[in-house]
Design a protein around this ligand. Structure first.
Ligand SMILES: NC(=O)CC(=O)C(=O)O
Length: 303
């Protein structure tokens, strides 16, 4: 279960295929899909498949879906919508989409059932349709802001206990889900593991989104000197949980490369990983930590 890294190996042969499809050997083109999510699971999945295909037509190698893209973000409904991984209908559809479009897919998250526990889980698929990574939300979203929002994921969900990465060609990508982004320690561990990019399928809300969303994304990008991509559902104002939207990709300098509005829409962004190398050389904080005075990061459960 803690073998995240081991799960994630993929062959050079696969990358060669993808690299040919990409216009840029120093990176790849990523799609961030800000999808409308309804109570109709099959319709949600069908919509995701359509948008993945569109991303492929727009030259993307990687498609990133939002948190809880196949079900309402609602603690009372997680169990009802949950399915097994990888045998459930959503996983089968994502695997098939990855294969038929020859793409990597970070499958947002879905409610997963395993041994009667329900998790908020992200799956990652390679262009052969193989499951190459799985991340269960580690930090459950339990907050209470009077006059704002009260949400308690732990009423319905169990937390994951491992950090998880995967490789897209030579690039290493670390996974988190939404509330996980608030924990800089987790991102620091991904940095220590050499991640070039962090991806967080997410669904912030109308209380925390305005002040915290872009601040946290940019902070994680700058302190990890890595790209950070965050995919949200589109905002539906009459829904039980109103998502903030504003999916975005930020570069290692903290620059927002592209940002969605609150509406249903997709972003297609060319990522040039030379930007990361340049920053790391010019501001070499990685080698400047005063580990003689402090050591803030130690992983307890090996990846
Ligand atoms: N929904 C989440 O997991 C997190 C969130 O909305 C927040 O941190 O704010």
């Amino acid at each position: 279960m803690l073998g995240g890294i081991k799960l994630l190996q993929q062959s050079t042969a696969i990358f060669n295929k993808v690299r040919m499809a990409s216009s840029n050997s120093c990176g790849f083109k990523a799609a961030v899909l800000q999808l409308t999510v309804s109570g109709d699971k099959s319709a949600n999945v069908a919509n995701a498949l359509k948008r993945i295909q569109l991303a492929k037509q727009n030259g993307c190698t990687l498609a990133i879906l939002p948190e809880c893209f196949n079900a309402p973000y609602n603690t009372a409904l997680f169990r009802q919508y949950s399915e097994v991984i990888p045998g459930g209908e959503t996983c089968k559809a994502l695997s098939q989409a990855a294969k038929s479009n020859q793409m990597y897919i970070v499958g947002g998250s879905i409610p997963e059932i395993c041994d009667d526990n329900v998790y908020n889980t992200c799956t990652v698929w390679d262009p052969n349709g193989n499951l190459i990574a799985k991340h269960r939300k580690m930090h459950l979203f339990d907050i209470n802001i009077p006059g704002g929002i009260c949400f308690k994921e732990s009423d319905a969900l169990s937390p994951g206990n491992s950090l998880n990465t995967f490789k897209l060609g030579k690039f290493k990508i670390g996974l988190g889900i939404c509330y996980d982004i608030r924990f800089s320690e987790m991102a620091a561990l991904y940095r220590k593991e050499g991640c070039d990019m962090l991806i967080y399928p997410s669904a912030f809300n109308m209380t925390t989104g305005p002040l915290h969303w872009s601040l946290l994304i940019r902070a994680r990008a700058v302190d990890c000197q890595a790209f950070v991509a965050v995919a949200s559902p589109a905002r539906i104002t009459n829904s039980n949980y109103v998502a903030w939207g504003h999916s975005m990709i930020v570069d290692p300098w903290g620059k927002i490369l592209d940002e969605a509005t609150e509406k249903d829409m997709d972003l297609y962004i060319d990522l040039d990983f030379n930007a990361r190398e340049n920053m790391r050389q010019q501001i070499p904080t990685e080698n400047q930590r005063r580990t003689d005075v402090y050591d803030t990061i130690n992983v307890k459960n090996k990846f």
